[in-house]
Design a protein around this ligand. Structure first.
Ligand code: CA
Length: 389
């Protein structure tokens, strides 16, 4: 029996692989590595027992310190570091700090950085099938889309859509139902969208284009100035919490609801596939778990803070809260069906995702009619009774 093997067998079995891996790693690492490892062995024996550590970079599409979006990405990194006991550290860069905001997907795909945070509709030009996983006009609400991801095969399809780009997606947040947007003039009918320049991403943007509008894709940090200077006539962003912070009420007072185009938008964390695949199984599971945890946390933050922010916009800043006329919503609904059919015809993956989306929506709808819908109808009846009494 070799000396090394004898020593290995003196180590408890669950620690043995790590110890042997460590020795083989030290041999490969050379003299400098051995010296560094020896120093860390003395000062931090716990880390020695846990094996290799990882330093990653994350780039995002979000403006610095943007609540829930950028702070959610930072929270993700912090949780990963805490729960891995320091084995994995992720340095987070806001949009533009390391790469342009909308360069996030490319940076992760090419391995310039190991991970990123954004939303899949930002990359529609590269991966049109990805759009279904962020937001579909008149599509899933947060409960519906999360059900699709975690229990309906949606996440596997999303992985398949991103695989050609060497990118692994995970849901990392959900905005809840968004607001319809800020308009410099009032909206009376769908004709008011003819010639209107609006910042609106994703499939919703394609509906606006079909209605005769001009769609502009701008990252968060560029929107306010464009609206204020009249470069665009309208914009949507997220909901009251974020729109208040962006200061849109200083450029216009007309604030429309509901966010028909984004009824429960998923935010994503994306990993470079090679970097992700090289991780040990426990760290992969840790990333997946923290992503799911952040997904839930994010939705709860939006839901808990939006109502108060809306109150501030209306009472303190004199914002006029307006519902889109029924005729506009009905027209958008019809146009959305056309847009979805056209997008689905773009490539086989779009077709596959769209068909899966339709099938799952029908399945959820059947149950939802006797659960969610029946419940909300009951509440609505109660509210109506209260008003009339
Ligand atoms: Ca939005």
């Amino acid at each position: 029996m070799s000396e090394e093997k004898e020593k290995a067998e003196a180590i408890p079995e669950d620690e043995r692989t790590t110890a042997l891996d460590r020795r083989s790693f030290l041999r490969k690492a050379g003299v400098a590595g051995v010296a560094a490892a020896a120093a860390s062995t003395v000062s931090a024996p716990v880390i020695w027992a846990q094996g290799k550590s990882y330093q990653w970079k994350m780039v995002t599409t979000w403006p610095p310190e943007m609540p829930v979006l950028q702070t959610g990405a930072q929270r993700f990194a912090k949780r990963v570091e805490e729960l891995s006991q320091g084995r994995m550290k992720i340095q987070v860069y806001a949009g533009g700090e390391l790469v342009p905001p909308l360069g996030t997907f490319d940076a992760v795909s090419q391995g310039t950085v190991e991970c990123g945070s954004g939303a899949s509709y930002y990359w529609a030009g590269k991966c049109p099938a990805g759009q279904w996983f962020s937001a579909v006009p008149f599509g899933f609400n947060p409960q519906g889309i999360n059900t699709w991801f975690y229990s309906g095969g949606g996440l596997q399809l999303w992985e398949e859509a991103y695989a050609p780009f060497n990118v692994v997606p995970r849901p990392q947040g959900n905005t809840g139902v968004q607001m319809g947007g800020w308009f410099r003039k009032k909206i009376e009918s769908v004709d008011d969208f003819k010639g209107l320049k609006m910042r609106i991403p994703g499939l919703g943007g394609k509906v606006i284009a079909k209605a005769g509008g001009t769609v502009v894709l701008l990252a968060g940090g560029e929107i306010y100035t464009s609206l204020e200077r009249g470069v665009i006539d309208a914009t949507e962003w997220v909901g009251p919490l974020h729109d208040l912070r962006m200061g849109f009420y200083q450029a216009t007072k007309y604030y429309y609801y509901p966010g028909w185009h984004e009824p429960g938008t998923t935010l994503e964390v994306i990993f470079n596939k090679k970097a992700y695949d090289e991780l040990p199984a426990d760290l992969k599971a840790l990333l997946d778990t923290v992503a799911a945890e952040t997904n839930l946390w994010s939705l709860c933050e939006f839901e808990s803070q939006n109502g108060e922010a809306l109150e501030t916009l209306v009472t303190k800043h004199g914002v006029e809260l307006l519902r889109f006329p029924d005729s506009v919503l009905n027209d958008f609904r019809k146009l959305s069906e056309e847009v979805l059919a056209e997008e689905a015809a773009k490539d086989p993956m779009c077709k596959k995702v769209h068909e899966a989306f339709l099938a799952f929506r029908a399945k959820l709808g059947k149950w939802g009619t006797v659960s969610e819908k029946a419940y909300y109808d009951t509440i609505a009846e109660r509210i109506a009774e209260k008003k009339s009494s």
